[in-house]
Design a protein. Sequence first.
Length: 423
Amino acid sequence: MKNASIFSTTLLILSALFLTQTAQAQLNQNTVTKSITTNTDFNNAANAILGVGTATPSNAKLNVQGAVGNTVASFRKSATGKGVSIVSDWPGVYFNSYFNGSGKSMAPGYAGIVNFDPDQGRFDFALTGTAATAANTNLTLPSRMCITKDGNVGIGTTSPLKLLHVNGDALINNNLSFPNTLGNKVTFWSNGPQNDFGIGINSGVMQLYTAGQDKIAMGWGNTSNFKETIRFLTGPGQIGFQNTVGNKISFWNSGPNNDFGIGINSGVMQLYTAGQDKIAFGYGNANNFTETMSLYTGTGQLGLYTLPVNGYRLAVNGKVICEELKVQLKSAWPDYVFSPNYKLRTLEEVEAHIKSENHLPGIPAAAELEKDGLEVGDMQKRMMEKIEELTLYLIDQNKRLEQLEQDNGTLHARLDKAESTQK
Protein backbone atom coordinates (compact mmCIF):
# COMPACT_ATOMS: atom_id res chain seq x y z
CA MET A 1 0.00 0.00 0.00
CA LYS A 2 2.88 2.33 0.80
CA ASN A 3 4.50 1.72 -2.59
CA ALA A 4 1.14 2.33 -4.32
CA SER A 5 0.77 5.64 -2.51
CA ILE A 6 4.26 6.72 -3.52
CA PHE A 7 3.51 5.70 -7.09
CA SER A 8 0.25 7.69 -7.16
CA THR A 9 1.92 10.76 -5.75
CA THR A 10 4.66 10.51 -8.34
CA LEU A 11 2.07 10.33 -11.15
CA LEU A 12 0.28 13.43 -9.86
CA ILE A 13 3.54 15.39 -9.68
CA LEU A 14 4.52 14.32 -13.18
CA SER A 15 1.05 15.22 -14.52
CA ALA A 16 1.23 18.65 -12.92
CA LEU A 17 4.68 19.22 -14.39
CA PHE A 18 3.44 18.07 -17.80
CA LEU A 19 0.44 20.40 -17.71
CA THR A 20 2.59 23.28 -16.51
CA GLN A 21 5.11 22.75 -19.25
CA THR A 22 2.32 22.33 -21.82
CA ALA A 23 0.64 25.55 -20.66
CA GLN A 24 3.96 27.36 -20.71
CA ALA A 25 4.55 25.98 -24.16
CA GLN A 26 1.18 27.29 -25.40
CA LEU A 27 1.01 30.61 -23.51
CA ASN A 28 3.28 33.63 -23.43
CA GLN A 29 3.34 36.40 -20.83
CA ASN A 30 4.48 39.91 -21.66
CA THR A 31 6.98 40.96 -19.02
CA VAL A 32 5.89 44.62 -19.26
CA THR A 33 2.07 44.53 -19.61
CA LYS A 34 1.78 41.11 -17.92
CA SER A 35 -0.70 40.12 -20.66
CA ILE A 36 -0.96 36.36 -21.37
CA THR A 37 -1.41 35.27 -24.99
CA THR A 38 -1.19 32.04 -26.95
CA ASN A 39 2.13 31.48 -28.68
CA THR A 40 2.87 31.47 -32.39
CA ASP A 41 2.71 27.68 -32.74
CA PHE A 42 -0.83 27.64 -31.27
CA ASN A 43 -1.95 30.61 -33.33
CA ASN A 44 -0.66 29.12 -36.60
CA ALA A 45 -2.24 25.69 -36.02
CA ALA A 46 -5.74 25.74 -37.53
CA ASN A 47 -6.96 22.81 -35.43
CA ALA A 48 -5.27 23.82 -32.19
CA ILE A 49 -7.73 23.97 -29.27
CA LEU A 50 -7.25 25.40 -25.81
CA GLY A 51 -8.92 23.16 -23.24
CA VAL A 52 -9.71 24.02 -19.63
CA GLY A 53 -10.79 21.13 -17.44
CA THR A 54 -10.32 18.59 -20.26
CA ALA A 55 -7.43 16.78 -21.94
CA THR A 56 -9.44 16.26 -25.14
CA PRO A 57 -10.92 19.63 -26.04
CA SER A 58 -13.13 19.83 -29.13
CA ASN A 59 -15.77 21.87 -30.96
CA ALA A 60 -14.24 25.32 -30.35
CA LYS A 61 -10.96 27.18 -29.97
CA LEU A 62 -11.69 27.48 -26.24
CA ASN A 63 -13.26 24.46 -24.56
CA VAL A 64 -14.09 24.75 -20.86
CA GLN A 65 -15.44 21.73 -19.00
CA GLY A 66 -16.48 21.60 -15.36
CA ALA A 67 -18.24 24.12 -13.17
CA VAL A 68 -18.48 25.51 -9.67
CA GLY A 69 -22.03 24.53 -8.88
CA ASN A 70 -23.49 25.03 -12.35
CA THR A 71 -21.44 28.12 -13.20
CA VAL A 72 -18.89 27.38 -15.93
CA ALA A 73 -17.38 30.86 -16.34
CA SER A 74 -17.66 34.27 -14.75
CA PHE A 75 -16.64 37.61 -16.22
CA ARG A 76 -16.46 40.85 -14.26
CA LYS A 77 -14.17 43.83 -13.77
CA SER A 78 -13.27 43.08 -10.18
CA ALA A 79 -13.89 40.50 -7.48
CA THR A 80 -16.72 42.63 -6.07
CA GLY A 81 -18.05 44.12 -9.31
CA LYS A 82 -21.12 43.30 -11.36
CA GLY A 83 -20.63 40.98 -14.29
CA VAL A 84 -21.86 38.10 -16.44
CA SER A 85 -21.66 34.35 -15.87
CA ILE A 86 -22.28 31.32 -18.06
CA VAL A 87 -24.28 28.47 -16.51
CA SER A 88 -24.57 24.86 -17.67
CA ASP A 89 -27.29 22.11 -17.57
CA TRP A 90 -30.03 24.64 -18.35
CA PRO A 91 -27.61 26.69 -20.50
CA GLY A 92 -27.92 30.34 -19.72
CA VAL A 93 -26.30 33.71 -19.38
CA TYR A 94 -26.66 35.23 -15.92
CA PHE A 95 -26.37 39.01 -15.46
CA ASN A 96 -25.01 40.23 -12.12
CA SER A 97 -25.63 36.68 -10.90
CA TYR A 98 -24.37 33.10 -11.00
CA PHE A 99 -25.71 29.66 -10.06
CA ASN A 100 -24.42 27.52 -7.23
CA GLY A 101 -27.25 25.50 -5.75
CA SER A 102 -29.53 28.47 -6.55
CA GLY A 103 -29.31 31.81 -8.30
CA LYS A 104 -27.05 34.15 -6.34
CA SER A 105 -26.08 37.78 -6.74
CA MET A 106 -22.59 38.83 -7.85
CA ALA A 107 -22.97 42.29 -6.32
CA PRO A 108 -25.75 44.44 -4.83
CA GLY A 109 -28.49 45.37 -7.33
CA TYR A 110 -30.96 43.71 -9.68
CA ALA A 111 -30.17 40.53 -11.59
CA GLY A 112 -31.48 38.81 -14.70
CA ILE A 113 -30.97 35.68 -16.75
CA VAL A 114 -31.57 34.34 -20.23
CA ASN A 115 -31.58 30.55 -20.18
CA PHE A 116 -32.78 27.64 -22.29
CA ASP A 117 -34.76 24.63 -21.09
CA PRO A 118 -33.58 21.74 -23.31
CA ASP A 119 -36.26 19.41 -21.96
CA GLN A 120 -39.20 21.68 -22.84
CA GLY A 121 -37.59 23.55 -25.72
CA ARG A 122 -38.14 27.00 -24.23
CA PHE A 123 -36.16 30.21 -23.78
CA ASP A 124 -36.88 32.05 -20.52
CA PHE A 125 -36.14 35.67 -19.70
CA ALA A 126 -36.15 36.23 -15.93
CA LEU A 127 -35.60 39.29 -13.73
CA THR A 128 -35.56 39.85 -10.01
CA GLY A 129 -38.36 41.97 -8.62
CA THR A 130 -36.22 43.47 -5.87
CA ALA A 131 -32.58 44.46 -5.75
CA ALA A 132 -30.10 42.38 -3.76
CA THR A 133 -28.45 44.30 -0.93
CA ALA A 134 -25.25 42.23 -0.86
CA ALA A 135 -23.18 39.77 -2.89
CA ASN A 136 -23.94 36.02 -2.80
CA THR A 137 -27.60 36.63 -1.85
CA ASN A 138 -30.11 33.96 -2.85
CA LEU A 139 -32.28 35.31 -5.67
CA THR A 140 -35.85 34.76 -6.83
CA LEU A 141 -35.82 34.91 -10.62
CA PRO A 142 -39.37 34.48 -12.01
CA SER A 143 -39.77 34.16 -15.76
CA ARG A 144 -41.04 37.43 -17.22
CA MET A 145 -41.13 36.33 -20.86
CA CYS A 146 -40.54 33.12 -22.79
CA ILE A 147 -40.32 31.76 -26.33
CA THR A 148 -41.42 28.15 -26.88
CA LYS A 149 -40.30 25.63 -29.47
CA ASP A 150 -43.54 26.39 -31.39
CA GLY A 151 -42.59 30.04 -31.74
CA ASN A 152 -45.17 31.22 -29.20
CA VAL A 153 -44.18 34.20 -27.09
CA GLY A 154 -45.48 34.35 -23.54
CA ILE A 155 -45.49 37.43 -21.33
CA GLY A 156 -46.45 36.65 -17.76
CA THR A 157 -46.83 32.96 -18.61
CA THR A 158 -44.49 30.05 -19.40
CA SER A 159 -47.19 28.18 -21.37
CA PRO A 160 -48.27 30.54 -24.17
CA LEU A 161 -51.17 29.23 -26.25
CA LYS A 162 -50.82 31.62 -29.21
CA LEU A 163 -48.02 33.38 -31.07
CA LEU A 164 -48.43 36.15 -28.49
CA HIS A 165 -49.96 35.33 -25.12
CA VAL A 166 -50.10 38.12 -22.53
CA ASN A 167 -51.21 37.09 -19.06
CA GLY A 168 -52.04 40.50 -17.60
CA ASP A 169 -52.75 44.07 -18.69
CA ALA A 170 -51.21 45.51 -21.85
CA LEU A 171 -50.60 49.11 -22.94
CA ILE A 172 -50.13 50.03 -26.62
CA ASN A 173 -49.15 53.64 -27.27
CA ASN A 174 -49.50 53.57 -31.06
CA ASN A 175 -51.71 51.81 -33.62
CA LEU A 176 -52.34 48.07 -33.52
CA SER A 177 -53.64 46.34 -36.68
CA PHE A 178 -54.96 42.83 -37.35
CA PRO A 179 -54.96 41.68 -41.00
CA ASN A 180 -58.23 40.08 -42.13
CA THR A 181 -57.99 37.79 -45.16
CA LEU A 182 -61.69 38.38 -45.91
CA GLY A 183 -61.39 42.15 -46.13
CA ASN A 184 -59.61 45.07 -44.58
CA LYS A 185 -57.54 45.27 -41.45
CA VAL A 186 -59.05 45.84 -38.04
CA THR A 187 -57.14 48.76 -36.52
CA PHE A 188 -56.70 50.04 -32.98
CA TRP A 189 -55.35 53.58 -32.92
CA SER A 190 -54.66 56.56 -30.72
CA ASN A 191 -55.06 59.96 -32.31
CA GLY A 192 -56.06 63.58 -31.78
CA PRO A 193 -55.28 66.32 -29.25
CA GLN A 194 -57.49 64.63 -26.61
CA ASN A 195 -55.66 61.30 -26.94
CA ASP A 196 -58.72 59.70 -28.62
CA PHE A 197 -58.75 55.94 -29.12
CA GLY A 198 -60.45 54.12 -31.99
CA ILE A 199 -61.40 50.62 -33.09
CA GLY A 200 -62.42 50.11 -36.70
CA ILE A 201 -61.71 48.97 -40.24
CA ASN A 202 -58.56 50.47 -41.74
CA SER A 203 -60.41 51.70 -44.84
CA GLY A 204 -62.89 53.58 -42.65
CA VAL A 205 -66.04 51.48 -43.15
CA MET A 206 -66.93 51.32 -39.43
CA GLN A 207 -65.24 52.67 -36.35
CA LEU A 208 -65.67 52.91 -32.59
CA TYR A 209 -63.59 55.44 -30.68
CA THR A 210 -63.42 57.48 -27.51
CA ALA A 211 -63.44 61.24 -27.93
CA GLY A 212 -61.91 62.93 -24.95
CA GLN A 213 -62.65 61.73 -21.44
CA ASP A 214 -66.47 61.55 -21.48
CA LYS A 215 -67.55 60.40 -24.94
CA ILE A 216 -67.67 57.11 -26.86
CA ALA A 217 -68.80 57.28 -30.49
CA MET A 218 -69.68 54.66 -33.10
CA GLY A 219 -69.94 55.46 -36.78
CA TRP A 220 -68.09 55.37 -40.06
CA GLY A 221 -65.29 57.30 -41.77
CA ASN A 222 -61.68 57.70 -40.67
CA THR A 223 -59.74 59.51 -37.98
CA SER A 224 -59.92 62.84 -39.82
CA ASN A 225 -63.48 62.52 -41.20
CA PHE A 226 -65.69 60.54 -38.84
CA LYS A 227 -69.51 60.32 -39.11
CA GLU A 228 -71.13 59.50 -35.78
CA THR A 229 -74.20 57.25 -35.66
CA ILE A 230 -74.21 56.43 -31.94
CA ARG A 231 -72.81 58.63 -29.18
CA PHE A 232 -72.33 57.76 -25.50
CA LEU A 233 -71.68 60.71 -23.18
CA THR A 234 -70.28 58.98 -20.12
CA GLY A 235 -70.23 62.15 -18.01
CA PRO A 236 -73.96 63.06 -18.06
CA GLY A 237 -74.98 59.47 -18.93
CA GLN A 238 -76.57 60.24 -22.32
CA ILE A 239 -76.85 58.04 -25.44
CA GLY A 240 -77.93 59.25 -28.88
CA PHE A 241 -78.75 57.29 -32.07
CA GLN A 242 -78.77 59.01 -35.47
CA ASN A 243 -81.52 57.46 -37.61
CA THR A 244 -81.68 58.52 -41.28
CA VAL A 245 -85.29 57.26 -41.51
CA GLY A 246 -86.63 59.61 -38.83
CA ASN A 247 -85.55 61.33 -35.67
CA LYS A 248 -82.83 60.47 -33.24
CA ILE A 249 -83.40 58.07 -30.37
CA SER A 250 -81.85 59.63 -27.28
CA PHE A 251 -80.81 58.34 -23.87
CA TRP A 252 -80.37 61.18 -21.40
CA ASN A 253 -79.77 61.99 -17.78
CA SER A 254 -81.50 65.11 -16.53
CA GLY A 255 -83.30 66.75 -13.63
CA PRO A 256 -82.61 67.24 -9.92
CA ASN A 257 -83.50 63.61 -9.13
CA ASN A 258 -80.88 62.24 -11.54
CA ASP A 259 -83.71 61.12 -13.87
CA PHE A 260 -82.92 58.98 -16.92
CA GLY A 261 -84.84 59.08 -20.20
CA ILE A 262 -85.28 57.03 -23.37
CA GLY A 263 -87.13 58.58 -26.29
CA ILE A 264 -87.21 60.39 -29.60
CA ASN A 265 -85.28 63.64 -29.59
CA SER A 266 -88.17 65.56 -31.17
CA GLY A 267 -90.43 64.56 -28.27
CA VAL A 268 -92.78 62.03 -29.91
CA MET A 269 -92.43 59.33 -27.23
CA GLN A 270 -90.26 58.91 -24.18
CA LEU A 271 -89.64 56.56 -21.28
CA TYR A 272 -87.74 57.76 -18.24
CA THR A 273 -87.13 57.11 -14.58
CA ALA A 274 -88.18 59.90 -12.24
CA GLY A 275 -86.23 59.63 -9.04
CA GLN A 276 -85.37 56.31 -7.51
CA ASP A 277 -88.75 54.51 -7.49
CA LYS A 278 -90.70 55.64 -10.55
CA ILE A 279 -90.72 54.79 -14.26
CA ALA A 280 -92.82 57.03 -16.49
CA PHE A 281 -94.06 56.60 -20.08
CA GLY A 282 -95.29 59.56 -22.06
CA TYR A 283 -94.46 62.20 -24.62
CA GLY A 284 -92.61 65.50 -24.71
CA ASN A 285 -88.97 66.13 -23.86
CA ALA A 286 -86.75 66.27 -20.82
CA ASN A 287 -87.99 69.78 -19.93
CA ASN A 288 -91.70 69.37 -20.81
CA PHE A 289 -92.85 65.81 -20.31
CA THR A 290 -96.49 64.62 -20.20
CA GLU A 291 -96.93 61.33 -18.41
CA THR A 292 -99.38 58.78 -19.79
CA MET A 293 -98.38 55.89 -17.55
CA SER A 294 -96.49 55.84 -14.25
CA LEU A 295 -95.04 52.78 -12.55
CA TYR A 296 -93.91 53.09 -8.95
CA THR A 297 -91.37 50.32 -8.40
CA GLY A 298 -91.26 50.74 -4.64
CA THR A 299 -95.00 50.15 -4.03
CA GLY A 300 -95.75 48.22 -7.23
CA GLN A 301 -98.49 50.70 -8.28
CA LEU A 302 -99.40 51.62 -11.87
CA GLY A 303 -101.28 54.70 -13.04
CA LEU A 304 -102.70 55.29 -16.55
CA TYR A 305 -103.28 58.97 -17.31
CA THR A 306 -103.34 59.54 -13.56
CA LEU A 307 -101.18 59.09 -10.53
CA PRO A 308 -101.55 55.83 -8.59
CA VAL A 309 -104.06 55.91 -5.74
CA ASN A 310 -103.00 54.81 -2.28
CA GLY A 311 -104.23 51.33 -1.47
CA TYR A 312 -104.70 50.34 -5.13
CA ARG A 313 -102.31 48.62 -7.55
CA LEU A 314 -103.87 50.07 -10.73
CA ALA A 315 -105.46 53.48 -11.32
CA VAL A 316 -107.02 54.41 -14.69
CA ASN A 317 -108.30 57.86 -15.62
CA GLY A 318 -110.67 56.84 -18.44
CA LYS A 319 -112.70 53.93 -19.72
CA VAL A 320 -111.56 50.31 -19.76
CA ILE A 321 -112.92 47.67 -22.15
CA CYS A 322 -112.23 43.96 -22.05
CA GLU A 323 -113.86 40.69 -23.07
CA GLU A 324 -113.73 39.18 -19.63
CA LEU A 325 -112.96 40.38 -16.12
CA LYS A 326 -112.26 38.06 -13.23
CA VAL A 327 -112.36 39.36 -9.66
CA GLN A 328 -110.91 37.04 -7.05
CA LEU A 329 -112.43 37.89 -3.66
CA LYS A 330 -110.55 37.26 -0.45
CA SER A 331 -113.73 37.48 1.69
CA ALA A 332 -116.58 34.91 1.86
CA TRP A 333 -119.22 34.78 -0.89
CA PRO A 334 -122.72 35.56 0.54
CA ASP A 335 -123.98 31.97 0.71
CA TYR A 336 -124.26 32.68 4.42
CA VAL A 337 -127.70 34.15 3.60
CA PHE A 338 -129.02 30.60 3.25
CA SER A 339 -127.71 29.60 6.68
CA PRO A 340 -130.47 28.78 9.24
CA ASN A 341 -128.81 31.24 11.63
CA TYR A 342 -128.98 34.15 9.17
CA LYS A 343 -131.26 36.91 10.40
CA LEU A 344 -133.30 38.01 7.42
CA ARG A 345 -134.90 41.43 7.75
CA THR A 346 -138.65 41.57 7.43
CA LEU A 347 -140.06 43.42 4.47
CA GLU A 348 -141.41 45.95 6.91
CA GLU A 349 -137.86 46.57 8.18
CA VAL A 350 -136.59 46.88 4.62
CA GLU A 351 -139.36 49.33 3.78
CA ALA A 352 -138.58 51.41 6.85
CA HIS A 353 -134.84 51.55 5.92
CA ILE A 354 -135.65 52.60 2.37
CA LYS A 355 -137.93 55.37 3.57
CA SER A 356 -135.27 56.54 6.04
CA GLU A 357 -132.04 56.22 3.95
CA ASN A 358 -133.26 56.14 0.34
CA HIS A 359 -131.21 52.99 -0.47
CA LEU A 360 -131.27 49.30 0.31
CA PRO A 361 -129.72 48.05 3.54
CA GLY A 362 -126.08 47.04 3.02
CA ILE A 363 -125.77 49.01 -0.27
CA PRO A 364 -123.70 52.27 -0.34
CA ALA A 365 -125.56 55.51 -0.89
CA ALA A 366 -125.25 57.33 -4.21
CA ALA A 367 -123.25 60.16 -2.63
CA GLU A 368 -120.75 57.67 -1.21
CA LEU A 369 -120.30 56.00 -4.61
CA GLU A 370 -119.81 59.34 -6.34
CA LYS A 371 -117.12 60.25 -3.82
CA ASP A 372 -115.23 56.97 -3.38
CA GLY A 373 -116.18 55.07 -6.52
CA LEU A 374 -117.51 51.55 -6.88
CA GLU A 375 -115.55 48.46 -5.97
CA VAL A 376 -116.60 45.80 -8.47
CA GLY A 377 -115.85 42.76 -6.35
CA ASP A 378 -117.43 44.16 -3.20
CA MET A 379 -120.49 45.41 -5.08
CA GLN A 380 -120.95 42.03 -6.78
CA LYS A 381 -120.92 40.44 -3.34
CA ARG A 382 -123.48 42.92 -1.96
CA MET A 383 -125.73 42.48 -4.99
CA MET A 384 -125.57 38.70 -4.65
CA GLU A 385 -126.52 39.07 -0.97
CA LYS A 386 -129.63 41.04 -2.01
CA ILE A 387 -130.45 38.50 -4.74
CA GLU A 388 -130.26 35.66 -2.24
CA GLU A 389 -132.38 37.63 0.25
CA LEU A 390 -134.93 38.29 -2.50
CA THR A 391 -134.93 34.57 -3.24
CA LEU A 392 -135.79 33.85 0.39
CA TYR A 393 -138.54 36.48 0.29
CA LEU A 394 -139.96 34.88 -2.88
CA ILE A 395 -139.83 31.42 -1.34
CA ASP A 396 -141.67 32.74 1.71
CA GLN A 397 -144.23 34.54 -0.44
CA ASN A 398 -144.70 31.42 -2.55
CA LYS A 399 -145.41 29.37 0.59
CA ARG A 400 -147.95 31.97 1.70
CA LEU A 401 -149.54 31.99 -1.73
CA GLU A 402 -149.82 28.22 -1.76
CA GLN A 403 -151.40 28.32 1.71
CA LEU A 404 -153.87 30.97 0.56
CA GLU A 405 -154.76 28.89 -2.47
CA GLN A 406 -155.25 25.85 -0.24
CA ASP A 407 -157.42 27.83 2.21
CA ASN A 408 -159.36 29.35 -0.66
CA GLY A 409 -160.08 25.88 -2.06
CA THR A 410 -161.33 24.69 1.31
CA LEU A 411 -163.62 27.70 1.62
CA HIS A 412 -165.03 27.14 -1.89
CA ALA A 413 -165.74 23.48 -1.03
CA ARG A 414 -167.60 24.46 2.12
CA LEU A 415 -169.53 27.14 0.28
CA ASP A 416 -170.56 24.73 -2.47
CA LYS A 417 -171.70 22.19 0.13
CA ALA A 418 -173.74 24.79 1.99
CA GLU A 419 -175.45 25.95 -1.19
CA SER A 420 -176.35 22.38 -2.21
CA THR A 421 -177.88 21.67 1.26
CA GLN A 422 -180.10 24.75 1.07
CA LYS A 423 -181.51 23.56 -2.21
